[in-house]
Design a protein around this ligand. Structure first.
Ligand SMILES: C[S@@+](CC[C@H](N)C(=O)[O-])C[C@H]1O[C@@H](n2cnc3c(N)ncnc32)[C@H](O)[C@@H]1O
Length: 283
C-alpha cells in the first residue's frame, strides 16, 4: 500500500472520478496559474520533464509540446481514473513524447536525468514532504529545476472559502485539520515550504505570489452549484456524511445564495492566491 494511503483512496475513489467528470471546468479554472508556472520553468526543446501529480494531464500535454519531439515528459500520479483521462488526451493529441506512470511520487523509484520537475497543485498531499522532495531531487540532473504552483492560505482563496462557509452555515463542520496536514493548503506557509525544500537538498529557492480571479465551474449559476456540490468540501461532506446527504437541498440553496453575488458574464468568479515556487537541485 502507498505511503500516502489516505490520499491514494481519496484520489482514486472519492475525488478522482469527480475531477475526470469536471476536467474541462477545472482546467479552465487553474489554467492561468499552470501557464504562469510553465513560463517560469522555461522549458526548451529536447528537455526531459517530470510532471508530479499530473492528474488529467493538462500541463503534461503542454510541457510535451514545449519540449518538442526531441524532449520527453513523464506524468506521475496516484489516481488511475485521472491517468486514464490523461492517456486518452495524449492519444487524441498524437503526442508520442509523453508517458504516464501510475505511482506514488513520494516513494516511487524514478528514472534519473530529468531537467525539470514540474507540478500544478500536485505536491501538497505528501505524508512526508521532505522524503518526497528528496526522491524528486534525486531524479533531477545536477542543477535541475524544480517549479511548482501551490495554494496560499484558505483565507486568501475565496474560490474555496466561500463554498466552505456556505456549507458551514448548514452543517457543523469538524474543526480544521492542522494547517500543515496533507491537503490543498498544506503549502500555504512559504517559510515552511522553504524549510522542506532546503532539507530535501534544494537551493536558490524563490516564491512568487500570484493573485488571480478564477472562473468556478460552468458559466451558469446552476452549473457552478453542481460543480461545488461535486468538488471540494461540499462534495466531500455529501459523500462522507449521512447528515449532509439528508440535507442536500439546504446545502444546495446555501451554495446558490453564497455564489450568486459572484456571478457575472464569465460565470461565477472568485479570488485566489497561490505561490509559484522555483528552486534548483544541488551539484
Ligand atoms: C489538485 S490535483 C492536481 C492535478 C493536476 N496537476 C492538475 O493541475 O489538473 C492533485 C493531484 O496530485 C495527485 N497526487 C497526490 N498525491 C500524490 C502522490 N503521492 N504521488 C503522485 N500523485 C499524487 C492526485 O492524484 C491528483 O491527481
Amino acid at each position: 500500500m502507498s505511503a500516502n494511503a489516505e490520499m491514494n483512496r481519496y484520489w482514486n475513489e472519492a475525488s478522482g472520478p469527480r475531477w475526470v467528470e469536471f476536467q474541462h471546468w477545472i482546467d479552465r479554472q487553474i489554467e492561468p496559474l499552470g501557464a504562469r508556472a510553465l513560463e517560469r520553468a522555461r522549458l526548451g526543446p529536447g528537455e526531459r520533464v517530470l510532471d508530479v501529480g499530473c492528474g488529467c494531464g493538462a500541463t503534461a500535454l503542454a510541457a510535451a509540446r514545449a519540449v518538442g519531439p526531441e524532449g520527453s515528459v513523464t506524468g506521475i500520479d496516484l489516481s488511475l481514473p485521472m491517468l486514464t483521462r490523461a492517456r486518452e488526451r495524449a492519444a487524441e493529441a498524437s503526442l508520442a513524447n509523453l508517458e504516464f506512470l501510475h505511482a506514488d511520487a513520494q516513494t516511487a523509484t524514478l528514472a534519473k536525468g530529468f531537467d525539470v520537475v514540474f507540478s500544478r497543485f500536485g505536491v501538497m498531499f505528501f505524508e512526508d514532504p521532505v522524503r518526497a522532495f528528496e526522491n524528486l531531487r534525486r531524479s533531477l540532473v545536477a542543477r535541475g529545476r524544480l517549479v511548482f504552483v501551490c495554494w496560499q492560505a484558505l483565507a486568501r482563496n475565496a474560490w474555496m472559502r466561500v463554498p466552505l462557509e456556505a456549507l458551514a452555515s448548514v452543517l457543523p463542520l469538524a474543526p480544521p485539520a492542522s494547517p500543515t496536514a496533507p491537503g490543498p493548503f498544506a503549502f500555504a506557509d512559504d517559510a515552511r515550504v522553504r524549510g522542506i525544500l532546503e532539507q530535501a537538498g534544494f537551493g536558490e529557492i524563490a516564491f512568487e505570489s500570484v493573485q488571480e480571479v478564477l472562473p468556478i465551474g460552468p458559466d451558469d449559476l446552476e452549473g457552478s452549484v453542481r460543480f461545488a456540490l461535486a468538488i471540494g468540501p461540499a462534495g466531500a461532506a455529501l459523500r462522507d456524511s449521512p447528515e449532509a446527504a439528508a440535507r442536500r437541498h439546504e446545502i444546495e440553496s446555501a451554495l446558490r445564495e453564497a455564489l450568486r453575488p459572484y456571478w457575472g458574464p464569465r460565470g461565477v468568479t472568485l479570488a485566489s492566491a497561490s505561490w509559484i515556487v522555483t528552486a534548483r537541485s544541488g551539484g
